[in-house]
Design a protein around this ligand. Structure first.
Ligand SMILES: [Zn+2]
Length: 258
């Protein structure tokens, strides 16, 4: 049986990548999506640009310096070439492959407390909602208890922006707003017309949130098509009851155990 405690962060990230990139799940195909994990407060590993999640190999995961990428978030104006160079310069091993263009948002999310794994995918049903103006509804509303357990009481919503540095800056702004508003980290981050990011303490937690977000999206798409007046959402009181229940916290803990 797989024992994550005996595995290195890279092995755990590769396992997550292969799970998220399994084409039968409809979460990511070809070069879509990316994954990352924290090594320590200074370094993290991220999928290399152009590689495929489903069969990601150790040499296609690039170790980067967190600080050099986090510094990019402070710069107001920077050209695409300069961002490209900064991505190359962030590599710990200069012979390693170029990190994904989304490495900056991975560096930011992995700097948040208790976030050790990040999984970004383009799931079909989630994108059906994010490409139809239903993103806010999907982020704010909850349909069933396990959605709250795995995806949180609500999700952070990021408006569409250019992938790369602008997206990383917009994600940071929206995540900070979410934390201010709810007092918690989002488990799921939805990017309009783009896809999903799940963050967690373990690779298992990220996989559970991703699969449950996609299942929730399928249920919402179905409910909206069955009932033209709209889906029946849980009330705020019902959502808070599940989010605050000790047995649900226990279930969450079991689900997330590494
Ligand atoms: Zn993407």
């Amino acid at each position: 049986m797989r024992n994550p405690k005996a595995l290195s962060p890279l092995d755990r990230m590769l396992w997550l990548s292969h799970q998220l990139g399994d084409e039968t799940r409809g979460l990511a195909i070809l070069g879509e999506g990316n994954t990352s994990t924290r090594i320590d407060s200074q370094q993290f590993i991220v999928k290399a640009s152009g590689s495929t999640l489903g069969n990601l190999q150790p040499q296609q995961a690039t170790a980067c310096n967190s600080k050099s990428l986090l510094n990019l978030l402070k710069i107001k104006k920077i050209s695409d070439q300069e961002v490209d160079q900064a991505l190359l310069d962030s590599r710990i091993d200069p012979k390693a492959l170029k990190p994904s263009v989304e490495a900056v948002f991975h560096a930011y999310l992995l700097s948040l407390p208790d976030v050790h794994f990040v999984g970004h995918t383009h799931p079909i049903a989630v994108n059906q909602l994010l490409c139809s103006g239903k993103g806010k509804l999907f982020a704010d509303k909850r349909l069933f208890p396990d959605q709250i357990v795995c995806c949180g009481a609500s999700s952070a919503l990021v408006p569409y922006t250019d992938p790369g540095l602008i997206l990383a800056k917009t994600i940071r702004t929206q995540v900070e707003k979410f934390i201010d508003h709810t007092g918690t980290l989002p488990k799921t981050i939805l990017i309009e017309n783009h896809g999903l990011i799940c963050i967690g303490k373990t690779e298992k937690e990220v996989l559970a949130s991703t699969l449950m977000a996609e299942k929730s999206a399928k249920i919402m798409v179905g409910a909206l098509s069955v009932n033209p007046k709209g889906a029946v959402y849980l009330t705020a009181t019902q959502v808070q009851r599940i989010a605050g229940r000790p047995d649900e916290h226990y279930r969450q803990k079991i689900l997330n155990q590494s």
